[in-house]
Structures are given as structure tokens and as C-alpha cells.
Design a binder for this molecule. Structure first.
Ligand SMILES: [Cu+2]
Length: 130
């Protein structure tokens, strides 16, 4: 199995595609969370190969969380032993981007870890790759 590399890069893209995935349930428990993470991908939906993931991270009041360290790891849910991780690049305004290369389609699980000062938050977000 070929080793996958997760590369974080500076990206000047301002185009935001419709959010896909995201683990917030339909009911309004989201407001009680300290951190909300919305995931968008380019291309959208995510396809096998190179994908840029754009995470929009806000606090419970909807204000962007800037200057956080955002670590993203991805695991192929359908198989074991496939994983990649990296640090997302702060784009300002609560947006963080990271480039990934998905070697296979299917269900992937993103684990997003947000740390800043006393904040230490982790969330699993499902991502379907076509
Ligand atoms: Cu796999």
C-alpha cells in the first residue's frame, strides 16, 4: 500500500464551496458546543486524489477562532492502517486549509484537533470520497 502524504500548504483561495460532511446533528445541540467545525472540500464532493479541505472553525457564539493550531488526520474507515495527518494552514477569519491526497474512495474519518491557549478540542468528522 502506498504511503500517503498529507501536505499543508499556503493557499490563497477565497472560493468556498458548499460545506459537505460536518458532524453537527440536525437538532440544535450545536449551540452548546464550545467549538464548531464546518468542512468544505475542493473539489466538492471530495474525489480520489488531491483534495483541499477548508475548515471553518467558530466558537459557541459563532465567532471565528483564529490563530489556533489545527491538526487534521484522516483515516480510511473501511480499512485499517491507512492514515495521514498534518497541520492545517491558518487562512484568517477562522478558516484553515490543508491539502490531502486520498488514494482510495470510500468513507474517511477526519479527526480535527483544535488547540489554542486553554482550548483543547477534538472532533471526528465523516468525509465521503468519491
Ligand atoms: Cu484504504
Amino acid at each position: 500500500m502506498r504511503k500517503m502524504i498529507f501536505v499543508s500548504m499556503l493557499v490563497g483561495l477565497t472560493v468556498l464551496l458548499a460545506a459537505c460532511g460536518g458532524s453537527a446533528p440536525a437538532e440544535e445541540v450545536a449551540s452548546s458546543k464550545d467549538v464548531n467545525i464546518a468542512v468544505a472540500s475542493d473539489p466538492s464532493p471530495a474525489m480520489m486524489g488531491d483534495v483541499e479541505l477548508i475548515l471553518t472553525i467558530t466558537d459557541k457564539d459563532g465567532n471565528p477562532i483564529e490563530g489556533a493550531a489545527v491538526n487534521v488526520s484522516a483515516d480510511h474507515t473501511d480499512m485499517s492502517g491507512m492514515g495521514m495527518s498534518g497541520l492545517a494552514t491558518d487562512q484568517g477569519g477562522g478558516k484553515y486549509s490543508i491539502k490531502a491526497n486520498f488514494a482510495e474512495s470510500g468513507n474517511w474519518m477526519l479527526t480535527v484537533k483544535v488547540t489554542k491557549d486553554s482550548l483543547d478540542y477534538k472532533e471526528d468528522i465523516e468525509l465521503k470520497v468519491q
